[in-house]
Design a protein around this ligand. Sequence first.
Ligand code: BDR
Ligand code: CA
Length: 310
Amino acid sequence: MTHQALIIDCDPGVDDAVALMLAFGSRDLDLLAVTTVGGNVPLVKTTRNARMLRQIAGREDVPVHAGAERPLRRKPAGAGAFHGEEGLGSLEPFAPAKGVADGHGVDAIIAAVMARAPGTVALAVLGPMTNLALALRREPMIAKRLGPVAVMGGARSEGGNITPSAEFNIWADPEAADEVMRSGCALTLFGLDATHQVRATDARIAAIAAVGTPQAETAAAMMRFSQAVERRIVGPDAAPVHDVCPVAWLMQPALFELKPCRIAVETVSELTRGHTAVEFREASAGSLPHRWAARADAEAVFALIATSVG
Ligand code: BDR
Ligand code: CA
């Protein structure tokens, strides 16, 4: 069996952390690199956090490249309220033994994609889309050379989570998202409509914690932190673990139901900044170049996490 080559572009972030644990432990993925972006917390922290998680998972073979510090045009925002000031909830920061890899994250994405056969390198984007937008500006050929690009971003039926109409990752850098949507990449978006179906209930967190490895305990700690924040800020539901969705889909596509669509991003209005307009009607859209995740099999996603962190 050939393993899917993958780069994860992320801003850890408690749910990014669970997604990284899922990927670090997977036997189905050939994880080429992790690239970081400023998002939930500043770049210096997302990069340190990725290296901490890599060390906990014992995957120092995977390079971590630092990418863009700030969005294309907007001021860096941050979502520390949901992730804790350091980005990984209550996990005490430490200085990881292995450093940051040479080379900017944007160049690392371009180099990996250009070095391999067209269509073979997948990209999971779990934070603002700044790095991919910059990579496409620098080397437009990657749009057609990339394999599947699985993005956590956007919202349709669920409304927004940072504003009433926008999801955080798209809102944080709407110009980047807009450029990527128009680029011709093979994009599949896992927005809130799907990720709100993938919630870490107490029973699911306990099942992961029971696996007992450091990776499992870290993943469970991230979800417990999210759970407490969700109940304090949002409501009584279990917290969604957004960023695991694109990675889980790359490992097991059957866990999600996708719908062809065309997605446009609001970049002009401040009121609806970062809104994703998702059109499913081909006659209105002209063509349907993107895919939108509509349903997720949450039980199977959590079973996959439990296997990976074992
Ligand atoms: C997204 O925003 C971030 O806070 C999370 O890490 C996730 O990528 C959810 O809207
Ligand atoms: Ca994220």
